[in-house]
Unconditional design. Structure first.
Ligand code: AMP
Ligand code: ZN
Length: 486
């Protein structure tokens, strides 16, 4: 397969031909979750998007070293370098060790990633496991003259850096405006410049997560972990660095500055940013409190949901939007994805039942190339799905006897589905179990409605209560009865 993959590079704001530094190897670093609470669906969207990217690179034959970190230290409450760290706060509230918090939410994150059928990263380093590397990097940045210490905290000197480097290279923001819009230094503030950010932070007496350093007991700033871990596992310069769009302006901007100041080079050739999952137009985020947890979606227990949706339906819903477009979360959109996903999987089921004809009146030859063209155009999954729907239409037509396909056509359709539905889009057949339960529940709900219609309330209540004991909740509305599993 000749590679004509083109990637939108945030750094250059253009689509560029993908030319890895050291083919067939590709180094990809993606900023992972902060594990002080459950990941929400917005976080999942970003990780599913990079799973698509990873899968397609693997499909093209690249040997991808995919590094996705776990942030388990150093994330403070505010945007500024002050306040409590989120792990210590949660640990205090729940009377747990911070590492118990980290363990609980890391396991939860892996469970969710497995449900979404994402491939695990090649390396999943943690911030707390790489304190020594972070300290070394901070020391080097100080030695190179781009950082200074104040009272046990080390700050990156943005003004000094900006004299010879473009600090806002990633977002193209105007540095003067940025300075003007940044809040005034408080009198007690130790920073030299308003945009200076902490590389290492002195631990207050109550701060539980702390390590010894040349500057006393403290903990790393958030940005330094990714610079230290990406260079450790992928080298000072690697191919792709990614994360959600919200990370570009601060976290990734600071990562570039740190690498440049330490290693005299920008870390990544291609910067990729995924767009946000929104709810009623607002970004889904932990702090805004509008985050849906994946399990609330799978079970339908979230108050804004009419019913539950399976992990593959949700994955399909995410892939129906291009990774650089926003995706708004709604019952209607999920319902449409549910139908679409079933249509596709039903068509795949029919493939083995198709009877080949001697002649053909369907066009399947170009579908696969159209899927490659779409993926090669900056991973355009919605266009791939449109081609797959066309394949499903052809399969249904042949099955219904309205069209004829040769054995060769049928083989081509099978190969298309194998490559793109399973391998590239990462969809899979979900256990028939949920479908079976669905059908059984439909039947029970029907029995209960009949009992109610006959005024046999003893039976209808018995059904409702019996199901409740089994953890199944019935919800009656004008449209009928729906059910959810606790
Ligand atoms: P966090 O755990 O908050 O550090 O976020 C983990 C990843 O999820 C980062 O790459 C974020 O950019 C991304 N992210 C956060 N909120 C959203 C959202 N609403 N939609 C898509 N990605 C998000
Ligand atoms: Zn990062």
């Amino acid at each position: 397969m000749t590679n004509s993959l083109v990637i939108y590079n945030t750094l250059t704001r253009t689509k560029e031909k993908f030319e890895p530094l050291n083919p067939p190897f590709v180094g990809m670093y993606v900023c992972g979750p902060t594990v002080y609470s459950d990941v929400h669906l917005g976080n999942c969207r970003t990780f599913v998007s990079f799973d698509l990217i990873n899968r397609y690179l693997l499909h093209l034959g690249y040997k991808v070293r995919y590094v996705r970190n776990i942030t388990d230290a150093g994330h403070l409450e505010g945007d500024r370098d002050e306040g409590d760290d989120k792990f210590s706060k949660k640990a205090r509230l729940e009377q747990l060790e911070p590492m118990e918090i980290v363990q609980r939410y890391t396991i939860g994150f892996h469970d969710v990633m497995r449900l979404f059928n994402t491939l695990p990263p090649s390396i999943e380093p943690t911030a707390t496991g790489h304190i020594a590397e972070q300290i070394e990097m901070v020391k080097q940045i100080i030695d190179n003259g781009f950082a200074y210490e104040r009272e046990g905290t080390v700050y990156f000197d943005v003004e000094k850096y900006s004299q010879g480097n473009n600090y806002t290279i990633l977002t193209n923001r105007n540095l003067e405006e940025l300075l003007a819009n940044t809040r005034d230094l408080g009198g007690q503030d130790e920073k030299k410049g308003r945009l200076d950010f902490a590389l290492w932070i002195k631990a207050k007496p109550e701060h539980i997560m702390r390590w010894p350093s040349p500057w006393g007991w403290g903990f790393p700033g958030w940005h330094i972990e990714c610079s230290a871990m990406s260079s450790k596992y992928l080298g000072d310069v690697f191919d792709i660095h990614g994360g959600g769009m919200d990370l570009a302006a601060t976290h990734h901007t600071n990562e570039i500055a740190q690498s440049q100041a330490c290693n005299h080079t920008s870390p990544a050739k291609y910067w990729m940013h995924t767009n946000m999952l929104t709810v009623n137009g607002a970004r889904m985020s932990k702090s805004a409190g509008n985050g849906f947890l994946p399990h609330e979606l799978f079970t339908g227990s979230h108050p804004l949901l009419q019913k539950g949706y399976s992990p593959m339906t949700v994955r399909f819903f995410m892939l129906q939007a291009h990774y650089r477009s926003t995706l708004d979360f709604s019952n209607e959109a999920l319902e449409a994805s549910d139908k679409g996903f079933k249509r596709l999987m039903n068509a795949i089921d029919l493939l083995d039942k198709l009877k080949p004809s001697a002649t053909s009146n369907v066009q399947v030859g170009d579908l696969k190339q159209a899927c490659y063209d779409a993926m090669n155009d900056d991973f355009n999954s919605p266009v791939v799905i449109a081609q797959l729907f066309e394949a499903a239409r052809i399969i249904n037509g042949v099955y219904d006897g309205k069209a004829q396909a040769t054995q060769e056509d049928i083989e081509a359709l099978k190969s298309l589905m194998d490559d793109f539905v399973y391998d590239v889009l990462g969809l899979k057949v979900e256990k028939a179990e949920t479908d079976d339960i669905g059908k059984i529940m439909e039947f029970i709900i029907q029995l209960r409605s009949e009992a109610k219609a006959n005024k046999d309330y003893l039976t209808s209540d018995k059904i409702r209560n019996g199901l409740q004991d089994l953890g199944i909740q019935l919800k009656d509305s004008k449209e009928g009865t729906t059910w959810t599993k606790a």
